[in-house]
Design a protein around this ligand. Structure first.
Ligand SMILES: [Zn+2]
Length: 271
């Protein structure tokens, strides 16, 4: 398949997303915000997602490996790269994972947390995502969303929310993300779809998918039209233009004015 990628930071800070395309893989990782809290790791989230992504590509080089096994192996390898860090810290660097793999006659997909894979079928779009994160701590989440971004109240509420979230992360009654233990891979949502049922696909971080899901300023049909005509960069630009109309999150309450945004757009020649 042909994969076109782009990723842009949401603000002045470093980009904590990571994206890659190979002839058979499209991968998006979205590092979770630390909200300035301790992580126990001296490397940081950009380091974590870059190494997890690289290890994931390596682990999936064997087409016989399942996506779940590849993710478990990559998690283990990244943990082994920084044993000197406190990997048991509840704030250890972590990320969402979305992987689409092309193989003989099929596409395999894996999502862990809320970076979606959108499949363009012949008649409709299918969004594959894992929204378990949205079910935890609804009260603290609502508290963050009642303040405009850039206010001290918003920042304080976000710290309370992230602190509490960390206690539910990778716990049986919470939600699962890629972090320091391979066990999380078993909780990823996986599936396969016959290749002839899909005409194109987009793997996205939620910094992009919110254009449709939260902002409701575009349809998936419009998103795929933009991807075909202007490519991933044009799609990210259109998200930024919408966010610029609501810089403090009054209309669309959110954790920050603009989130890191990543796209891997997958097409394949007609046979
Ligand atoms: Zn580290």
């Amino acid at each position: 398949m042909r994969v076109a990628i782009d990723t842009q930071p949401g603000g002045a800070g470093p980009n904590e997303d990571w994206v890659a395309g190979t002839p058979t893989l499209a991968i998006v990782l979205d590092g979770l915000s630390t909200a300035g809290l301790d992580t126990g790791c001296r490397h940081g989230v950009p380091w974590y997602v870059a190494h997890l992504g690289g290890q994931l590509v390596a682990a999936l080089a064997d087409p016989g490996s399942t996506l779940t096994a590849g993710l478990a192996s990559a998690l283990e390898r990244v943990a082994a790269l920084h044993p000197e860090c406190d990997l048991a810290n509840p704030g250890t660097p972590s990320a969402t994972v979305a992987v689409l793999r092309q193989r003989e006659g099929f596409f395999d997909h894996l999502v862990l947390a809320d970076s979606p894979i959108v499949l363009e079928g012949h008649e409709r779009f299918t969004v594959i995502t894992d929204l378990r994160v949205e079910d935890v701590l609804p009260d603290l989440k609502a508290e963050v969303e009642q303040y405009e971004t850039h206010t001290t109240e918003h920042k304080a509420a976000l710290k309370r929310f992230v602190t509490a979230q960390r206690q539910t992360r990778n716990m049986p009654n919470g939600y699962w993300v890629a972090a320091s233990t391979p066990e999380a891979a078993e909780h990823a949502l996986v599936g396969s779809i016959p290749a002839e049922e899909v005409s194109a696909a987009a793997v996205l971080s939620d910094g992009v998918s919110r254009l449709v899901a939260e902002y409701r300023m575009a349809t998936w049909h419009e998103v795929f039209t933009t991807l075909r005509t202007g490519g991933p960069q044009e799609l990210i630009n259109s998200v930024r233009k919408v966010e610029a109309t609501d810089p403090t999150g009054r209309r669309w309450p959110r954790y920050k004015s603009g989130d890191d945004a990543s796209v891997a757009f997958c097409q394949w020649p007609k046979r």
